[in-house]
Write a protein that binds this ligand. Sequence first.
Ligand SMILES: Nc1ncnc2c1ncn2[C@@H]1O[C@H](COP(=O)(O)OP(=O)(O)OP(=O)(O)O)[C@@H](O)[C@H]1O
Ligand SMILES: [Mg+2]
Length: 321
Amino acid sequence: MMSSSDLVVQTEKLAKTFRVGFWGKKVTAVDGLTLDVRRGEVFGFLGPNGAGKTTTLKMLMGLIHPTSGRASIFGHPVGDLAAKARLGFLPESPYFYDYLTSREFLKFYGHLFGLRGAALEKRVDELLELVGMTTARDLQLRKFSKGMLQRVGIAQALINDPSLVVLDEPMSGLDPIGRKEVRDLILRLKEAGKTVLFSSHILHDAELLCDRVAMILKGRLVACGEVTDLVERGTTQYVEMVIDRLLPERLAHMRPLAERVVQQGERVMVVLSSQQHVDEALEIVRVSRAKLVSLTPHRASLEELFIREATGAHRPVETHV
Ligand SMILES: Nc1ncnc2c1ncn2[C@@H]1O[C@H](COP(=O)(O)OP(=O)(O)OP(=O)(O)O)[C@@H](O)[C@H]1O
Ligand SMILES: [Mg+2]
């Protein structure tokens, strides 16, 4: 049973409208968002550019005020000191003081949280170790790669040993190695018992990392749940068979089972829309002494769900031979 103390973040019909330009035209960035993040999970907050991710996270941080609705962190209204004390945040475009070393940079943030002396030194050294920056601790930040900066940024978000770590696009702009380093770091935080909420439009990373994800579009929640549940719900699962030398009369038997049939000379590709017809199709191949070249089950990905929701397309997936 989930008790309310297991809910780290709760939002209820959270909304934010900005007024822009001379005429004060309304832009709805977040539109009635209700979701929760549970203790100890890695939660992915996904959506395309302009979906409202940063605006939502800023409201959770107490940096901007909601137009309507409510949000709480550890049961405290957002913006409360009690909520802030247990929070760590990496903004989307953090500002780094170029001429500071990573050690000086972290000490600066430690000071802001009231850390001093030996306790501060110890905390900074632990964090540099955690993010794999010990050897570069006395290097100025201007000499850092984007991946290194991002890791120092995450270390900064951890200075107060928060229970909830919120990261806005921690993997964007990083190469595959940098992304893996950040992913590993997030997993280490989870192992240390922290709750991690991060936004991303890199779905592959979210699939690898998250216990649950929420997908938002134009400020609205379009899907929320475990990754496996989401990709199975409503997205196409299909099986692709490639067969050589299937006689035309046998192919005629195959057609009613198939979602799609693509012929190319002697070779035919048959797409079965469900696992159900696989045995029947294999039997046709066997009795006709045709040659089965491949049988490939396709699992839908988060990417497919994302595109489907974003474009409103509800077609079966396209396949190519
Ligand atoms: N301060 C602001 N004033 C006016 N409009 C804003 C402001 N901040 C955000 N918006 C608008 O709100 C919408 C959501 O923006 P937001 O930055 O939250 O999206 P996002 O999901 O973080 O996008 P990205 O992936 O590009 O970071 C956009 O249409 C944006 O232009
Ligand atoms: Mg953003």
